[in-house]
Write a protein that binds this ligand. Structure first.
Ligand SMILES: [Fe+2]
Length: 239
């Protein structure tokens, strides 16, 4: 059985629609929306194709109509795209975001899988990279063979012995220095990180089309074209 794991789509339909991979099941570990121009298409794709999903901090903020803080960096970008999201997302799609579970266990292919966007301690917001010691602490009470997380937009795979902790990276806004969309395939116990190129020009143009401009536009374009190389300190920013 072939499992596809995706995270951090961020309303980038140019990227998600270019995904060309067959699968028996698809897990999506949060952040379908914010930062990009096409939230409706991305939500619909998840509803139609994913087997299981969890809510990201941005899904939560859009669903609960949290006013964006604005300011510089990614907060400024969220502030530039979120009002447009509220214009285009109907009640059904907002309700879907609101009802996404914050974490869940899924049985698939003889294994127990656990999905959470950030960490079990703080499912929406805690920013934790491939720190083995910290992950052992966070997962001490979680029973699972595989744990999938997102939020940092940085792919990693930690083998903790009894558990595999996997961040597939980001489909819509990679920040590990590689602008290609990132995801994971698990088949016959093999964990494989895969990347694909997509039409970044189209994603950038879509941001212009919906009226994103100024510093938020420049930041988005820089991240999309470079894979976030110009973005040195993600720790204090919203994933
Ligand atoms: Fe994110």
């Amino acid at each position: 059985m072939k499992l596809l794991v995706l995270a951090d789509i961020h309303a980038n339909w140019s990227a998600l629609s270019a995904l060309d991979e067959s699968f028996d099941a698809c897990f999506m570990v949060g952040d379908i929306v914010d930062y990009g121009a096409d939230p409706a298409e991305c939500i619909d794709w998840v509803r139609e194709n994913a087997t299981a999903w969890v809510r990201g901090n941005h899904d939560h903020a859009v669903a609960q109509r949290v006013a964006p803080l604005g300011g510089s960096g990614l907060r400024g970008l969220a502030a530039a795209t979120r009002p447009q999201h509220w214009e285009v997302l109907d009640t059904k799609r907002l309700s879907f975001l609101a009802k996404m579970p914050v974490q869940q266990h899924v049985q698939f292919d003889g294994y127990t899988h656990f999905l959470v966007h950030a960490t079990p301690r703080d499912p929406l917001d805690e920013y934790l990279g491939p720190d083995e010691r910290q992950w052992r602490k966070r997962l001490a009470d979680i029973e699972a063979d595989y744990v999938y997380v997102g939020h940092t937009h940085m792919p990693f795979h930690l083998d903790l012995g009894d558990k595999q902790v996997i961040n597939p990276g980001s489909i819509g806004q990679p920040r590990d220095g590689d602008p290609r969309a990132s995801y994971v395939v698990i088949e016959d116990g093999r964990v494989e990180f895969r990347r694909f190129e997509y039409d970044v020009d189209a994603a950038v143009q879509r941001l212009r089309d919906v009226g994103v401009d100024g510093p938020p536009f420049e930041l988005a374009e820089q991240i999309l074209r470079t894979g976030g190389q110009a973005f040195p300190t993600p720790t204090n920013e919203p994933g």
